[in-house]
Write a protein that binds this ligand. Structure first.
Ligand code: DGL
Length: 263
């Protein structure tokens, strides 16, 4: 492993491409392997043990494919498995939840924070625990949205009832909150529709995650020193045609190197 080695980025499906997009802006010379485990999605309704097992398989894949660092571009996997992965593997690994909190701290004025996430992330209280490290006076309202990931994975626009479902979940959030954290990496894909029903600050952890990755690579002297544009390869355990279609819409570039692998 050396500075030109790959960076592994993974999610339960297409959601992590919202983090990948920011990583490509901050670290354009890095070679990236994106793993979308859409064949095993959604993670949000699985057990901790199931999610940890899936994440270890993905880390084993990254290690076998010359990765120098890994981004868990999935809030659910971060909540369920980040500590286990960091204790099991020697390469640097970061998640997305601390980045989401950092983003919220930068914008909230009244410390009243709403969080949309998967049921697993909500039930784990991972965001509440991370927020509490900074202030005690936060008022936090969380809402688990089990339908969103499966809907986004097959095409958000294909669901005529999407606005009713979205409005119903957002109606359970606090009206006093001035900030909403998108606590699932799939949700920035539907940010424009979320903005129809929430007019405050909307925090997408992706940018802060990319900046955290830059700092991590620099700290460990692992930055790729090439001046060439890095290569991005996609490995998906579900339908690669569907993944490519949804991911290209958000990434706004053609995906050339995509491989379907066993789930
Ligand atoms: N993108 C994942 C997250 O950030 C969704 C997990 C799932 O598949 O439910 O939590």
């Amino acid at each position: 492993m050396n500075n030109n080695s790959n960076i592994g980025v993974f999610d339960s499906g297409v959601g992590g491409t919202t983090v990948l997009k920011e990583i490509l802006k901050v670290l354009p010379h890095e070679n990236i392997l994106y793993y979308g485990d859409s064949g095993n999605a959604p993670y949000g309704q699985k057990s901790t043990e199931e999610i940890q097992k899936l994440c270890c398989r993905i880390l084993d894949f990254f290690i076998a494919n010359n990765c120098k660092a890994v981004v868990v571009a999935c809030n659910t996997a971060t909540a369920a498995a980040l500590d286990k992965l960091k204790n099991t593997y020697s390469i640097p690994i970061i998640g997305v939840i601390s980045a989401g909190v950092k983003g919220a701290l930068k914008v909230t004025k009244n410390n009243r924070i709403n969080i949309l996430a998967t049921p697993f992330t909500v039930d784990s209280n991972a965001y509440i625990k991370e927020l509490r490290k900074h202030f005690k006076s936060f008022k936090i309202t969380q809402e688990g949205c089990p339908e969103f990931c499966p809907m986004i994975e097959i095409g958000w626009e294909t669901h005529p009832d999407r606005y009713d479902i979205l409005k119903s979940h957002i109606s359970h959030l606090s009206q006093e909150a001035d900030t909403l954290i998108l606590g699932c990496t799939h949700y920035p894909i539907i940010k424009n529709d979320i903005e129809r029903f929430f007019s405050g600050n909307i925090v997408d952890p992706a940018r802060e995650t990319a900046l955290e990755l830059y700092s991590l690579l620099r700290l460990n002297d692992l930055l790729n020193t090439s001046s060439k544009k890095g290569k991005v390869e996609f490995f998906v355990t579900g339908d690669k045609k569907l993944f490519k279609k949804i991911a290209e819409q958000f990434l706004e570039f053609e995906i050339k190197n995509i491989y379907q692998i066993d789930k």
